[in-house]
Design a binder for this molecule. Structure first.
Ligand code: FAD
Length: 239
């Protein structure tokens, strides 16, 4: 089989710690066809006895030749994520296929203002959009609302600080659920740090299922057209 549905062997070239429980994997994928920000890959692990299992992971990087980056959050007692976060060493092979998904994508030719709303590791495909915007020199106004447990759970913290400083038209607001006075994201966060619905923003919401549903309901209640509210749920993906 050829094309995006073919399994390819990627190689880990570098791993970066994002938080004590999450790692970015930089992979070399020979013949990678390119991707749009928002798309994901399927990763397959096969044990020596032939048992194999696969999970989906969003692509964190903007398109850059044969290199892609994934950021994986370790799920306690998970089958796949602990190995990707702790077990895989540079030089090791990883089987993957993709890119997958055509709806939850932002194109650098799109012109509407963009609202990104991330819950936890849901930041990953949204970061690909922030990076692609920068790589294309786009001036489309972007606002990101990022909900994480604590400051120490923020992925790409340093890069986000730099992007806000250097990328005109990008704003980032944080909501912490487990800091002192922590709370869950609410309608005030979205109306204060988002766009008025009259601006007809393209909204991308990604994270755990409950988070995504809450935010999507708020966005629609605030007057956003449902077709402009695109969602990606990071629920369990095991076969
Ligand atoms: C389109 C898509 C893109 C995704 N992108 C990313 C990504 O960029 N980074 C990333 O870290 N993950 C991402 N995920 C989640 C990922 O696919 C796996 O579900 C996750 O890594 C857990 O796999 P596991 O084998 O370690 O756990 P499993 O062995 O599948 O599950 C172990 C236990 O944890 C629970 N569980 C499974 N997944 C989750 C979860 N996401 N949150 C909380 N509990 C869970 C299960 O119900 C089970 O009880 C994505 C999911 C989808 C559908």
């Amino acid at each position: 089989m050829t094309g995006r549905l073919a399994w390819r062997t990627a190689r880990l070239v570098e791993a970066r710690e994002e938080t004590p429980t999450a790692r970015t994997l930089v992979l070399d994928v020979s013949g990678w066809p390119g991707h749009l920000p928002g798309q994901h890959v399927d990763v397959r692990l096969t044990a020596e006895d032939g048992y194999s299992t696969q999970r989906s992971y969003s692509i964190a990087s903007a398109a850059q030749g044969d290199r892609i980056e994934l950021t994986v959050q370790r799920v306690p007692a998970g089958e796949v994520s602990p190995y990707l976060v702790e077990g895989l060493s540079p030089g090791y092979p990883v089987e993957l296929r993709g890119p997958v998904g055509g709806w939850f994508v932002w194109r650098t030719t799109d012109t509407a203002p963009v609202l990104l709303v991330a819950g936890g590791s849901g930041i990953v495909p949204l970061m690909a959009m922030v990076r692609a915007r920068r790589a294309a020199g786009s001036r489309v106004p972007f606002r990101l609302i990022y909900s994480a447990r604590t400051k120490n759970d923020v992925f790409y913290a340093e890069e986000l600080r730099k992007r806000v400083r250097d990328d005109a038209g990008l704003d980032v607001a944080y909501v912490f659920t487990r800091e002192e006075h922590g709370r869950r994201i609410n309608v005030n966060d979205i109306s204060t740090a988002g766009w008025p619905a009259d601006f007809q923003p393209d909204c991308f919401v990604c994270g755990p299922t409950g988070f995504v549903e809450t935010v999507a309901d708020i966005l629609v209640a605030l007057g956003n057209e449902p077709r402009r509210v695109k969602t990606e749920r990071f629920g369990p993906t095991g076969a």
